[in-house]
Design a protein around this ligand. Structure first.
Ligand code: 13P
Ligand code: SF4
Length: 343
């Protein structure tokens, strides 16, 4: 199928389906896919949108699998589809439920009270683990609020799977570095002594997003500032704390775009996140000089193409691209997601 054939199919199907179909798109999608999204957002906005869909029976999610899975959990009466089910997230895959359960048993033993918090970039089973254990989901857009919620209820947070988002959030909340430890699932007892675990306020799972770490570095920020004197820099909090500190600003994809919107004409901004989004922001804001901190593409997000979107729209009724979650997993995962949406 050529791109033009795919465009025709998408346009016809959208017309035929009308309000029975909604297409959601994450900011990291390509321009040609975003052109057909009814709603574009960061992970938090898309989760909220999915939970509030009224008229549509079909939600097509242009993003990665955990996002579509969260939409399926949050919109149980709807049919959720993803154009490519192998569009995963290597970060989400770094936390296996069995390893998390093992860590949990040890961490719980060393704490008077502990709440598990999972980044939305995780499988439904990890969200269900949190839901079952009084825990909650967060996104990069609300991590501080969610940490505060958890600290109101427990002395310790067990955060997974992104150690950088966890560390950056702990830093923002003023938690001393020596009260944050990393649990490495590849090591015996996570590679942490019981004493350190007992003293920690935050236990971080050793996971990371390969698009943001170790790709972006504080050296990148320094050399960019030499090239563009006076340039402002913002990075996604999946970058490491050194890079976040050097940049001076960090935030979710939606927050980054808010910063872009707030810039006066002639402003200069370097953005450290996925390049599709950065290039689009540059094109849509010709009065600004927007540059990527460095080129960084998410291969999984890029698996969603026009042709796959067209194929999905042709197969809405037979469910060929449908995303489903086992009911017992979905129930517990929904508790953790709903707790987040209420905070
Ligand atoms: P946002 O929630 O900021 O959109 O980020 C999602 C993501 O996958 C970042 O890599
Ligand atoms: Fe996962 Fe990173 Fe891609 Fe986001 S950018 S979907 S965290 S691999």
């Amino acid at each position: 199928m050529t791109k033009n054939e795919a465009r025709k199919i998408i346009e016809n199907r959208k017309r035929e389906m009308g309000e029975r179909l909604i297409i959601l798109g994450h900011h990291y999608q390509s321009d040609e896919v975003i052109a057909y999204a009814d709603y574009v957002g960061d992970s938090l906005e898309l989760a909220r949108k999915a939970s509030r869909v009224e008229k549509a029976d079909h939600i097509v999610f242009c993003g990665v699998y955990f996002m579509a899975e969260s939409a399926a959990i949050l919109a149980p009466g709807k049919t959720v589809h993803i154009p490519e089910r192998t569009a995963g997230c290597p970060l989400a895959d770094m936390a296996e439920p069995e390893d998390v359960e093992k860590a949990w048993r040890v961490i719980k033993r060393t704490a008077k009270s502990v709440i598990p918090v999972t980044y939305v970039n995780s499988s439904a089973r990890i969200k269900a683990f949190c839901g079952k254990n009084g825990g909650i989901v967060c996104t990069s857009g609300n991590a501080e609020k969610i940490f505060a919620w958890a600290f109101d209820r427990a002395e310790k947070i067990f955060f997974m799977p992104d150690m950088n988002l966890g560390r950056n959030t702990a830093n923002k909340m003023g938690i001393p570095e020596d009260h944050v430890v990393v649990w490495d699932p590849a090591k015996q007892q996570g590679g942490v002594s019981e004493q350190f675990l007992a003293e920690a306020r935050v236990v971080l799972w050793r996971g990371w997003c390969p698009v943001h770490w170790p790709q972006f570095t504080s050296d990148d920020v320094r050399s960019l500032r030499e090239k563009y004197p006076g340039i402002a820099v913002i990075v996604h909090p999946e970058a490491d704390p050194g890079t976040v500190e050097e940049a001076g600003m960090s935030g979710s994809t939606a927050r980054i775009l808010d910063v872009v919107k707030g810039m006066p004409p002639g402003g200069r901004l370097a953005i450290g996140t996925e390049t599709n989004m950065v290039r689009r922001a540059a094109r849509e804001n010709p009065s600004l000089e927007i540059v990527p901190l460095r080129e960084a593409y998410c291969e999984d997000m890029a698996k969603i193409t026009l042709q796959k979107l067209a194929h999905t729209l042709l197969h809405l009724e037979d469910g060929a691209c449908r995303v489903t979650v086992e009911p017992d997993v979905a129930g517990d995962a929904l508790s953790a997601l709903e707790r987040m949406l209420r905070v």
